[in-house]
Design a binder for this molecule. Structure first.
Ligand code: GTP
Ligand code: MG
Length: 1022
C-alpha cells in the first residue's frame, strides 16, 4: 500500500502520503525511500509509533503539511519552520509554546482525548485562535456498531457534541470535516456556512435526515455517508455536480438510488455492505467512473447482488460494464441451467437414482459398479422460467431447462475433494438407504450445509419399507435450515419416483439465478462447446470458438471462461500458469483421472507415496497420456498431493497411515492452542500438510490426521480429532508465535473455502493451577479480545484467579491487540486508536521522603532480587534531563507502581505525574497501586476534600495572577490549566482506583511483595 502511494507521488499522480494505512500503525520511523519525493506536499503519520521526524524532511521543497496527531512524537522539530501541522488536542498541551497556533492546520479528537484537552481546543476555536482547514472527530467502529453502544464509548460525548456547532461556526476556513463513529444523530447545521468545504466524511453518525442544503449550497467533491442506516437519498443529490467520490457503504439501500446516475463527475462509488440486488445498465451512464468498490473491508461483495451474475461482479467494474455493453449490442438470453448434486453413502442408490431420473424405465443393475470419483450426466426438460426484462417487469418464458447431474462416489476416499465440487446455487439430493444404519448421515448434512451457501437440500429415503425410523423433518430442519423436504421412494418398483422427480424439478426451477439475463453470444459459445466431443481443448481453441460466435474482445472471452468454470460446466483455471493453457470440457474426465491415482492399489499400498513413474503407469491411456503434467497440476491445485522437495516423489496425505506413529514429544513449555468447529469438514489437516509441506522435515511424524512441522527453531504438532470436532496445536522451541502465525494463516485459507464454517480458537489459562493440569481452563480468543478491549481481567474457572487477557493474547502474536478482528480502521482519512510505545519498564510514582520513600526502597530491593527492575526518578533523571520529560515517560510506561499517600495526592508534581498516567489509554491495566493509610481514597468525603484542595489552589493562583502584569504571566497560565486538569481528573482517577485491587504496605510486606511480583512479572513477560 505504502509503495503504491510512493510510486504515485513519484509519478506525479499525487502529492500526498498516508503512511499508517487503515489503522495498521506499526510504522516506527518515516521510511528513507521518501527522501527524494520532491513533489510531496502533505505527509500523514497519524497514529504511527513514530517518535521523531528525520531532519532530511527539511530538504523536501514542497512539504507543507504534516499530520502527526496520535503519533508518538515527543517534541516538535525545529528544522521544519515552514510546515503546518495536524495535531491532537493533547499535543497542543504537550508541545506548549513549541507549537505556534497559526501553524496548526488540522485537529483530530478521538475518544481517548482527555476532557481538559478537548475543552481547551474548543476554547481556542471560540477565541478565533485557530485557522483550521481540517477537523476530525473519530474512533474505530465495528461492523455491527449501533449508536447507543458507540456513544457510551465516548467518555466526553456530550461535551464534544454540545461545543461542536459553535466550534464549526468559528472555523470558516474548513476544507475537510470528518465525523467517524461519533453518533451525533444529525448533520450539524453550521456546516452549511462553511464556504471552503469540499470534503465531508460522515461515517456512523446516524443523521435523522439528509438536508437538501448539503448538495444545493455546498460544493462538495468528496462525500462519505457510510454506516448511517440510510435507505434513500434526496433528489437534491443531483445538484452535487462536482462530486467525484461518494461512499454509501454499509447502509440499507436495496437499489442504488436513481439520482446517483446523474452525478456526471463521479469517479469513485462505494457500495460495500448494502443489500443491493442489482447493478443496472445505468452504470454505463457514469462515464468518468473508474472505481466501483463493493468490498471495502475485504468481507465480500454484498451477497444479495445477483445481477449481473456474481461471477461477473466479482471481476470488478470493467467486467460489469462489458457485460451490459455486450447485452446492449447483442441482445439477451436467459439462463436456464443448473447443477444437481447427488450425495450420500456408498451403495445408498445414488447412481441408480440418477439413471432413473433420466429414464424411469432404467432397470436396476445388481452389478452396478461403485462410482469412482464423480459422474456427470446431462438431463434436459422443458420448463417455464420466470425472467425479468431490463425494465424490471416479470415474464414467464418457455425454455429447455438443462441440468448437469453430478453423481458423487460415496466412498470415504472421495470426501476430501468435496470442497471443489459442492458449489453454491445448486440443488442437493442426499440419498439414504433405509435398510442400513447410515453412519455418515450427519456428515453429509453438515458438509452440504457448510459448502452449499444455503442451496436447497432434499433428503431421498430409498428402499423405504414399512419401518419408521430416522429423525423427522421438523427436527432436522431446525439444525439444517436449507433442508426443504424429505422424499420417500423405492427404486426397485419406482414407487415414489414420479413425485420425487417433480419435486426436484421444482427446486431447480426456483433457484434464484434461473432467468438471469445473459448476452446471446454467451449461449452460442455454450452450445458450441457442448457439441464438442473431446474431453479437453486448448485455451487457444476456446478463444477461436468464442470469436466464431460473435466475441471480439479477449477480455470478454476470459470472462465467459470464468463464468463457465464457476457454474461447473467446464474446468478452466485461468490463474494457474500451466492449467490456464487448457479448458477441460468434461469435468468428470479430469476428476476421474485424479481419482485413478488415489484408487490405485500400489499407491494405496505405499501409503500415498508415488512417483512420476507411477503416474506414467496410471495415466498410460491415450486420453490421459498427453495431459499428464496438467493432471498432476490439477491434483496439486486440489491439495490432494504435494511434491517432496527436490525429488520426483509425491505424497497424497489422504492415503497416509491412519494411526498416529509413536514419537517423543517434550511437553514442557509448550504453547498450545485448540480450534473447535461447530461442524468439522474432513481432511483439514491433510490440506494443511499439503499447504505447509516445506515445513515438514524428512523424518517427522506424518499420518492421515496429524503432522509435525518445523520452522526457525520451533516445532509444532497439529492433530485433528474429527469425532470431537477439534484440532489441537502444540508448539515448542524458538519463538513459537512465528510458526503458529504460519499455521494459522494457512488454516484461515482452508477455512475460507467452506462458506458456512464456524470455528473458535481457544487458549489454555496461564494460572499456576492450570499450568499444572492436563485439563486446563480454556479461554476463547474472541472473548479474550473483548476483555482486553475493555481493559478487564478474565477469571479462571478453576483457580478463580484473574488473568490478564492481553498477556494471553500476546502468546499468539506480539501485537495481538493491534490486529483486532472485526474492528475497522477508520480509513486513510481518520485516525486509528492511539497505540503506546512499548517500554519494558516498571516505573514507580511516589512522593519523595518519609514513609513512601522508605517503602519504595524496600520494594525496589525485593523486586530487583527477583529480577524485576524498577525505574525511579532519583536514579533515572540524569543531569539536565528535565523532570517533566521523565514524568511524561512514566505516563506512557507499561507498568507503574503507585504509592498513594495524602502527601502524594496533595503534591503538584505527583499529581502532574498522575494526570500524565491517567491520560493514556488502558490506565487501569497499567497501574499497581499501594495505598498508604492516610490517603483515605476509599472515603467519598476525603475525595471531596482533595477536589476542594485543588480548587482552592487554583483560585489562589488566579487571584495572584490578577495582581501581576500580563508580561509576567508566561508559564502561570499553564500552571492554572494544570490545577484545573488535576481537579477535573481527580474524581475519575479515584473511581478507577477504588475498583482496583489495592493492598496496604502491611499486607505487601506480610507476603514479601509476592502479589506485586507475580503481577508485574506476568505483565513484563509479554
Ligand atoms: N433392491 C434394490 N436395490 C437397489 C435399490 N437402489 C439401489 N439398489 C442396488 O444397490 C446397489 C448400489 O446402488 P448404487 O446406485 O450403485 O449406489 P451408489 O449410491 O451410487 O453407490 P456408490 O457409487 O458406491 O457411492 C446397486 O446394485 C443397485 O442396483 C433399491 O431401491 N432396491
Ligand atoms: Mg454410484
Amino acid at each position: 500500500m505504502i509503495q503504491q502511494q510512493i510510486d504515485d507521488v513519484r509519478a506525479g499522480r499525487s502529492t500526498m502520503l498516508l503512511l499508517p494505512e487503515y489503522g495498521l500503525s506499526e510504522l516506527t520511523e518515516v521510511p528513507e525511500e521518501i527522501r527524494d519525493l520532491t513533489a510531496l506536499r502533505s505527509l500523514h503519520v497519524r497514529s504511527a509509533r513514530i517518535e521523531t521526524l528525520p531532519s532530511w524532511l527539511s530538504e523536501l521543497p514542497n512539504l507543507e503539511e504534516i499530520d502527526i496527531s496520535q503519533a508518538g512524537l515527543q517534541a516538535l522539530p525545529s528544522f521544519l519552520p515552514g510546515v503546518r501541522w495536524c495535531v491532537d488536542p493533547e499535543q497542543i498541551f504537550s508541545f506548549g509554546s513549541q507549537l505556534d497556533r497559526s501553524k496548526i492546520f488540522g485537529i483530530s479528537i478521538t475518544k481517548q482525548t482527555p476532557q481538559p484537552a478537548i475543552e481547551h481546543t474548543f476554547d481556542l476555536g471560540r477565541n478565533h485562535e485557530l485557522e483550521l482547514s481540517e477537523f476530525t472527530v473519530a474512533t474505530a467502529i465495528t461492523f455491527n456498531a449501533n449508536p447507543e453502544i458507540l456513544k457510551s464509548q465516548w467518555p466526553f460525548f456530550d461535551i464534544i457534541n454540545s461545543h461542536l456547532d459553535e466550534f464549526l461556526e468559528a472555523c470558516q476556513g474548513l476544507r475537510k470535516l470528518e465525523l467517524f463513529g461519533f453518533p451525533t444523530g444529525r448533520i450539524p447545521e453550521p456546516i452549511r456556512q462553511l464556504p471552503a468545504l469540499t470534503a465531508l466524511y460522515l461515517t456512523a453518525v446516524w443523521p435523522a435526515s439528509i438536508p437538501d442544503w448539503l448538495f444545493e449550497e455546498l460544493r462538495l467533491k468528496r462525500l462519505t455517508l457510510g454506516f448511517n442506516g440510510l435507505s434513500h437519498l434526496p433528489d437534491s443529490l443531483s445538484e452535487a455536480r462536482r462530486l467525484e467520490y461518494l461512499n454509501l457503504g454499509y447502509n440499507q439501500f436495496r437499489r442504488i438510488p436513481n439520482v446517483v446516475w446523474k452525478l456526471a463527475a463521479l469517479e469513485t462509488l462505494v457500495l460495500s455492505g448494502c443489500p443491493i440486488d442489482k447493478i443496472p445498465a445505468d452504470i454505463l451512464r457514469l462515464e468518468r467512473l473508474s472505481t466501483l468498490d463493493l468490498d471495502q473491508f475485504g468481507d465480500g461483495v454484498p451477497k444479495e447482488l445477483v445481477v449481473p451474475p456474481p461471477e461477473i461482479t466479482a471481476q470488478g467494474l470493467d467486467a460489469i460494464k462489458r457485460y451490459w455493453a455486450q447485452e446492449r449490442d447483442a441482445g439477451v438470453d436467459y439462463l436456464a441451467e443448473a447443477k444437481l448434486l447427488i450425495v450420500g453413502e456408498s451403495g445408498a442408490g445414488k447412481t441408480s437414482l440418477a439413471k432413473k431420473i433420466l429414464d424411469p424405465d432404467y432397470e436396476l443393475d445388481a452389478a452396478e459398479d461403485s462410482t469412482e470419483g464423480i459422474d456427470v450426466l446431462a438431463w434436459q426438460f422443458p420448463a417455464s422460467i420466470r425472467v425479468r426484462d431490463q425494465a424490471g417487469r416479470e415474464n414467464m418464458l418457455q425454455r429447455d431447462f438443462r441440468v448437469n447431474v453430478w453423481d458423487f462416489g460415496g466412498q470415504e476416499i472421495y470426501h476430501s475433494t468435496h470442497q471443489f465440487f459442492l458449489t453454491k446455487r445448486s440443488v442437493y439430493v442426499l440419498v439414504t438407504d433405509e435398510r442400513k444404519e447410515d453412519t455418515d448421515f450427519e456428515y453429509w448434512l453438515d458438509i452440504v450445509n457448510l459448502l452449499s451457501d444455503g442451496s436447497p437440500l432434499l433428503i431421498v429415503r430409498n428402499r423405504k419399507q414399512k419401518r419408521q425410523h430416522g429423525a423427522d423433518f421438523g427436527t432436522l430442519r431446525q439444525r439444517y435450515p436449507n433442508l426443504c423436504g424429505i422424499l420417500e421412494l423405492d427404486l426397485a418398483d419406482n414407487s415414489g419416483l414420479d413425485a420425487a422427480v417433480t419435486r426436484i424439478r421444482r427446486e431447480l426451477e426456483q433457484l434464484p439465478h434461473i432467468g438471469t439475463a445473459l448476452p446471446k453470444t454467451w449461449r452460442a459459445v455454450r452450445l458450441a462447446l457442448e457439441a464438442e466431443f473431446r474431453n479437453y481443448i486448448s485455451a487457444a481453441e476456446f478463444f477461436e470458438i468464442c470469436e466464431a460466435n460473435g466475441f471480439a474482445d479477449r477480455d470478454d472471452m476470459r470472462q465467459l471462461g470464468a463464468y463457465l468454470h464457476d457454474l461447473g460446466i467446464c474446468l478452466f483455471f485461468q490463474d494457474d500458469a500451466l492449467l490456464s493453457k487448457t479448458v477441460i470440457l468434461k469435468p468428470d474426465w479430469g476428476t476421474t483421472a485424479v481419482y485413478r491415482v488415489l484408487d490405485d492399489p500400489e499407491v494405496g499400498h505405499a501409503l500415498g507415496v508415488f512417483t512420476l513413474a507411477d503416474l506414467r503407469r496410471i495415466w498410460s491411456d491415450a486420453t490421459y497420456e498427453p495431459m499428464r503434467d496438467e493432471l498432476l497440476q490439477l491434483m496439486i491445485k486440489f491439495q490432494l498431493c504435494f511434491q517432496v522437495p527436490a525429488s520426483d516423489t509425491y505424497i497424497a496425505p489422504q492415503l497416509l497411515t491412519p494411526s498416529q506413529p509413536a514419537y517423543h514429544w517434550d511437553d514442557t513449555d509448550n504453547l498450545t492452542l485448540r480450534y473447535e468447529y461447530d461442524v468439522m469438514p474432513k481432511g483439514i489437516v491433510r490440506r494443511l500438510i499439503v499447504a505447509l509441506h516445506y515445513q515438514i522435515p524428512p523424518d517427522a511424524p506424518l499420518w492421515r490426521t496429524g503432522a509435525v512441522f518445523e520452522y526457525e527453531g520451533s516445532t509444532a504438532e497439529v492433530i485433528e480429532v474429527y469425532r470431537r470436532r477439534l484440532l489441537t496445536i502444540r508448539i515448542r522451541g524458538g519463538d513459537p508465535r512465528v510458526l503458529l502465525g504460519l499455521i494459522d494463516h494457512e488454516l484461515g485459507i482452508i477455512h475460507r473455502s467452506y462458506p458456512g464454517i464456524k470455528v473458535k480458537k481457544f487458549l489454555p489459562c496461564d494460572c499456576e493451577t492450570c499450568a499444572a493440569s492436563t485439563e486446563p481452563t480454556t479461554f476463547e480468543v474472541g472473548e479474550l479480545k473483548e476483555f482486553a478491549d475493555a481493559g478487564a481481567g478474565i477469571q479462571c474457572r478453576r483457580s478463580r484467579e484473574l488473568r490478564d487477557p492481553l498477556a494471553l493474547l500476546r502468546l499468539l502474536s506480539p501485537d495481538a491487540l493491534d490486529r483486532r478482528t472485526g474492528v475497522l480502521g477508520t480509513g486513510p482519512t481518520a485516525p486509528a486508536p492511539r497505540e503506546e510505545p512499548v517500554q519494558p519498564e516498571v516505573f514507580v510514582s511516589y512522593k519523595w521522603g518519609g514513609d513512601s520513600e522508605a517503602l519504595v526502597d524496600e520494594i525496589q530491593q525485593r523486586l530487583t532480587a527477583r529480577g524485576v527492575l524498577i525505574t525511579r526518578d532519583k536514579n533515572e533523571v540524569a543531569y539536565r534531563d528535565s523532570i517533566q520529560q521523565f514524568m511524561q515517560r512514566i505516563g506512557t510506561g507499561k507498568c507503574i507502581v503507585m504509592i498513594l499517600s495524602k502527601a502524594y495526592l496533595e503534591s503538584r508534581n505527583c499529581m502532574y505525574e498522575l494526570t500524565q498516567i491517567a491520560g493514556h489509554p488502558e490506565f487501569a491495566r497499567r497501574v499497581y497501586p499501594v495505598v498508604i493509610g492516610d490517603a483515605g481514597i476509599f472515603d467519598p468525603r476525603t475525595q471531596l476534600r482533595y477536589i476542594k484542595y485543588w480548587e482552592n489552589k487554583r483560585a489562589e493562583l488566579d487571584a495572584e495572577m490578577k495582581e501581576v502584569g500580563q508580561e509576567h504571566l508566561e508559564g502561570i497560565r499553564e500552571e492554572l490549566d494544570l490545577y484545573e486538569d488535576i481537579r477535573n481528573t481527580i474524581s475519575r482517577i479515584m473511581n478507577v482506583l477504588r475498583d482496583m485491587n489495592t493492598l496496604t504496605p502491611e499486607k505487601h510486606r506480610g507476603t514479601d511483595f509476592e502479589q506485586l511480583y507475580t503481577q508485574l512479572a506476568a505483565a513484563l513477560q509479554v
